[in-house]
Design a protein around this ligand. Structure first.
Ligand SMILES: [Zn+2]
Length: 430
């Protein structure tokens, strides 16, 4: 492994309050030095980073890698290649695989496959309940020992309040984060779209925003009861934001994430019945989008996470009502979030906080900073380069994105994991 000198970039490292021009030297898989005017020793790989941002590697808290069991949609190899191309140096793998990651054996398989073919770091998330059935708790202690960094039944909500209470109590003892896919499934009733003016006009069954916030409200009561650390996956509604803001004011140990698509698309995107816009929670109203954007800006929502959810044409080339929920997101997330920077909603430091420092801190992961001595996980971003999203060119095995053809500005130019270059955008580097 050669030493790498990232020269003359804008180093944005909010964990240390750094936003300044500097060189970054990576040695032996670690950040060695961050200062101006570092001389390159013989044999050092020098990357000129003028007009680029040099930031701690992006970390996605919410990725569906589909392995084991659904490799026709994605695999650890293709999903982590997509992650690297999107500027991510680590992803957390959600457990709704086939079989679900509810035992040590499945966690160990994911860890082993990631070591064999993974391009970026993979941190498994284990199930809350066995088979994600919402009935009996999974052996969280075993899952944690085998490498799980959090538990979630994502894709499904833990509906039974008593089960959720015990899950929170058990997780608290293990200091394990509980990530909830908050959806009262009686209230959502499988509605494929957001209940509102758009769903009425275009004739799609809607699910109310309250299907999410009812469950967040219940969970916050259980968090107050148990003291466990709780994280809301893909927060999407104004009322959820209000509840989170209130919970944080009360000092509850609560965090939340929002997806790039809930930040940038409204329910109007479903008007063409493009099944790639079918996601769960559904794309919401403009008022909801405004609320999650404001919450991300003021820190009420801590993290941007992709909810990268690959599906094949088998699941998507069907009627909207029948289509599987989810869109891919690893290769478009950064550019979509840079739109928020361009709109002066986020500073570059806030963007790096939400996409790197905060997830690292919430999950206790290496990275999230360029402090000397920390892992050499680094992303070099060109914030200005113009490109157009072409789904056929994405690294993901799946193509289910509504962002095809969208004019983007800004992207990852270089992704480094443990001092190794794992992605390089050819035309502008070297
Ligand atoms: Zn979910």
């Amino acid at each position: 492994m050669a030493d790498i000198l990232l020269r003359g970039g804008r180093v944005v490292d909010p964990a240390r309050n750094v936003d300044a021009s500097a060189d970054v030297l990576l040695q032996n898989g670690k950040v060695a030095r961050v200062e101006a005017g570092i001389a390159a020793a013989v044999g050092t790989w020098v990357v000129e980073c003028k007009d680029q941002w040099v930031v701690p590697g992006l970390i996605d808290m919410h990725t569906h890698l589909r392995e084991p069991g659904q490799e026709y949609k994605e695999s650890i190899e293709t999903g982590t290649a997509a992650a690297a191309a999107g500027g991510f140096t680590a992803v957390c793998a959600m457990p709704n695989t086939v079989p679900a990651n509810d035992t040590r054996a499945v966690t160990e398989l994911v860890v082993r496959r990631a070591r064999e073919v993974g391009i970026v770091r993979v941190y498994p998330i284990g199930c809350i309940t066995q088979g994600q059935k919402g009935e009996n708790l999974a052996e969280m202690g075993d899952l944690q020992e085998a490498g799980c960094v959090a538990v979630s039944d994502d894709g499904k909500c833990v509906m039974n309040s008593e089960v959720m209470r015990r899950a929170l109590e058990y997780a608290r003892g293990l200091k394990l984060l509980v990530i909830q896919h908050a959806e009262d499934t009686n209230l959502s009733a499988g509605g494929p779209a957001h209940e509102g003016a758009a769903s009425t006009r275009i004739g799609l069954r809607g699910q109310p925003a309250a299907a999410e916030s009812v469950m967040v409200a219940r969970d916050l009561e259980l968090v107050a009861l148990t003291g466990a650390r709780y994280h809301v996956a893909h927060a999407s509604s104004a009322e959820t934001v209000r509840l989170l803001r209130d919970a944080k004011r009360r000092g509850l140990p609560v965090t939340a994430e929002v997806t790039p698509h809930h930040l940038t698309l409204t329910d109007e995107a479903c008007a063409g019945y493009d099944t790639s816009t079918r996601v769960n929670p559904p794309l919401r109203s403009q008022a909801d989008v405004d609320a999650v954007r404001a919450a991300l800006a003021d820190g009420t929502i801590d993290v941007v996470a992709t909810d990268h959810a690959p599906h094949s044409p088998v699941e998507k080339d069907v009627e909207f009502e029948q289509a599987a929920s989810g869109m891919i997101g690893l290769e478009t997330a950064l550019a979509l979030c840079l739109e928020l920077v361009a709109a002066n909603l986020l500073t570059p430091a806030a963007l790096v906080t939400r996409m790197s420092a905060a997830p690292a801190k919430i999950l206790g992961l290496p990275g999230g900073t360029l402090a000397p001595g920390s892992v050499a996980d680094v992303t070099v971003i060109d914030p200005q380069v113009a490109w157009t999203c072409d789904p056929s060119k994405l690294r993901s095995r799946s193509r289910n994105t509504p962002f095809g053809g969208r004019a983007m500005r800004g992207r990852a130019m270089l992704t480094v994991v443990a001092g190794n270059i794992v992605f390089e955008e050819e035309k502008l580097v070297g």
